[in-house]
Structures are given as C-alpha cells and as structure tokens.
Design a protein around this ligand. Structure first.
Ligand code: 3Y8
Ligand code: NAP
Length: 248
C-alpha cells in the first residue's frame, strides 16, 4: 500500500501535492519550518526537521512510508543528502523532483561562481547598489564589503539585527517581470546576486537583469550524490503508479 512523504517547500512541491491529493494517494507533506506562515497544502502536513538521517529513518519506519519524494529546493542540499541516506538505510523508494537549472541566454551578463564567498569576491571594490536575492540564511559574508548599498529580499521580516546595513524587501514570490523591472529601476540596482534555483518562481529577476543589461553573479548549485531525478510532476505520478491528472 503506497504511503508517500513529500519533502516540500517549493512551488513544484505544491503542484505535486495537489495532484497527489486529487489522485487520492495516501501522503504527508513536510516543511522544514523556515517561514512563519508556509502555504497551506491539501495533504496532512508536518513542519520542522526530522533530526538528521536517523530522525528521518525513524519517521519513515514509524509512519510506514513506502515512497519518498524529495521536492525540496536545489540548494536544500542537507535535506536531500539526508533523504538519500535515510532511504538507503530503510530500503525506501526515493525520487527527486528537481527543476532544471537556468541556462545563460543571449544577452545575459552572468558571472558564474561556486558559492557565496566567491560571489562576495567578485563584487567590485567601488561602492555599488547590489540586490542580494539569496534569502536570509547566507548573507553574512557580504559584511566584508560594507561599501555597497545592499537590497535584500526575505520571505519574513528580519527577526535579528542584520550583519550589515541593508534595505529589506519582504516578499515570498513568485515574482513578476514587471515587478522586478520596476524594483531594479527604482532602486538603481547595478549588480544582482542570485542562486541558480531554476523554475519559474524566481526567474523574473534574471529576465529583468538581461533586459536592463545588469550583471548577475550566479551561484551554482551544490553537487548532490546520484539519485533518481525527474523534472515534472507527471513523471513523479507515473513513478507512484498513478497517471497524472488528465489534461494537466
Ligand atoms: C519555507 C514555502 C510558492 C513557493 C514559492 C520556487 C519559488 C519563491 C525562489 C528571490 C529568490 C530564495 C528563498 C526562494 C524561492 C519560491 C517558492 C522559492 C528564493 C518558500 C517557502 C519556504 C521557503 C524557504 C526560503 C529560504 C530562502 C529561500 C527565499 C512557504 C516561500 C531566496 C532561495 O527566511 C528564511 O529562512 C527563508 C529561507 C530557504 C533561502 C534562504 O537561505 O534564505 N526559500 N521559501 C519552506 C520550508 O519551511 O520547508 O513559506 O510557503 C518557497 C519558495 N521559495 O508557493 O510559490 O522556487 O519554488 N525562496 C533562492 O536563493 O532562490 C527567493 O528573492 O528572488
Ligand atoms: P537544508 O539546509 O537542506 O536543510 C537543513 C535542515 O532543515 C535539514 O537537515 C532538515 O533538518 C530540515 N529540513 C529542510 N527541509 C525540510 C523539509 N522539507 N521537511 C523537514 N525538514 C526539512 O534546507 P534549506 O535550504 O534551509 O531549505 C529549507 C526548506 O526551504 C526546504 O523545504 C526547501 O525546499 C525550502 N526552500 C529552500 C530554498 C533554498 O534556497 N535553500 C529555496 C526555496 C525553498 P533535520 O536534519 O533535522 O531533518
């Protein structure tokens, strides 16, 4: 009897949850508990960490989970690694629903870097207006270049003092091209730092940067161990043994 665990927290995970609920598959949706008011899901939902690999393995056993779908974000590397280990340990089927990375298009001015510290290093010495579109958890290294005027974008208002002076936009996305163009123009942004999240929910800033001729410091995704990986909800539904929603 199928019982699925969705490791969620992304737009794709929400789309999958809707199809799974519609198909009547027994499933539970899991958030990491990063935001104050995550979007509601049409499935029983749990919020918070499992307690590492062993916590996840215990959860899988106690809840009788037969299929794990890792629909987290490409940068949620620790969760993804834990899922691979816990599923190997418990002999549970695992699939990743992971959108393709954004690829550079004609006109894009990308500087591709491996991680946040490399992104800081690439910023110019001369003061600039910099938009950090990388959330809240990984901004501290930019304190080493306080000469810039930073704009940050968080899902929730900051709970603690910021590691450097910055203007914070509070918005959870998804974002629109017009909204990004307006924001970048009004703030006179000269540089954007982004992570290669892929998907549609945050790509508007990349398209807006191309239209405005702005450089984007693009942080590449962390490498993950091999695991079965698909890019569409339909493929996950087939893997679960259910045809996707007809006419989807
Ligand atoms: C808690 C669930 C939807 C889902 C929205 C997608 C789209 C917007 C792109 C920018 C980039 C960023 C950030 C981002 C994207 C979608 C999607 C996506 C980037 C929510 C959500 C949770 C989170 C966690 C949050 C992180 C933060 C990252 C903001 C819900 C809204 C910057 C990633 O304050 C914090 O601690 C926030 C932490 C992880 C990265 C970071 O390190 O700060 N996402 N984002 C999930 C959980 O608890 O399990 O609250 O409803 C989901 C979404 N985030 O309904 O359309 O790709 O699916 N989220 C990045 O670098 O790309 C925003 O601002 O341009
Ligand atoms: P992470 O660094 O890979 O995970 C850190 C720890 O958070 C995990 O080891 C796990 O704790 C817990 N965790 C993460 N996702 C979880 C989930 N869906 N359900 C239960 N526990 C979870 O994760 P992150 O990058 O902070 O991302 C957290 C959440 O935000 C994920 O749901 C992800 O999909 C979503 N998100 C992240 C980004 C991003 O940029 N990273 C962007 C959009 C959405 P234990 O070890 O205790 O189990």
């Amino acid at each position: 009897m199928t019982r699925a665990l969705i490791l969620g927290g992304t737009a794709d995970a929400s789309l999958l949850a809707a199809d799974i609920a519609r198909a009547g598959v027994d499933a539970v949706y899991s958030y990491g508990g990063r935001t104050r008011a995550p979007a509601d899901q049409p499935l029983p939902t749990r919020i918070g960490g499992f307690g590492g690999v062993s916590g996840l393995a215990d959860y899988i056993r106690s809840e009788g989970i037969t299929h794990v779908i890792d629909a987290t974000h490409p940068f949620a590397a620790e969760m993804s690694r834990n899922a691979i280990e816990a599923c190997a340990e418990t002999g549970t089927l695992l699939i990743a629903l992971e959108r393709a990375p954004w690829t550079k298009a004609a006109g894009d001015k990308w500087i591709e870097v491996a991680d946040v510290s490399a992104a800081v290093a690439v910023l110019p010495a001369a003061p600039a207006d910099v938009f950090l579109a990388i959330g809240r958890q990984h901004i501290a290294p930019f304190a080493s270049k306080p000469q810039h005027a930073y704009t940050l974008r968080f899902v929730d208002p900051p709970q603690a003092p910021l590691p450097f002076a910055a203007d914070v936009i509070v918005s959870r996305g998804p974002f629109t091209l017009d909204g990004e163009l307006e924001m970048l123009r009004v703030r006179g942004i000269g540089w954007i730092v982004a992570r290669n999240s892929g998907g549609d929910g945050a790509r508007a800033k990349i398209d807006a940067a191309r239209m405005l001729g702005l450089p984007v410091i693009m942080i590449s995704r962390p490498a993950l161990p091999e695991r079965k990986r698909v890019e569409s909800v339909a493929e996950v539904m087939q893997w679960l043994g259910h045809s996707a929603r007809l006419g989807a």
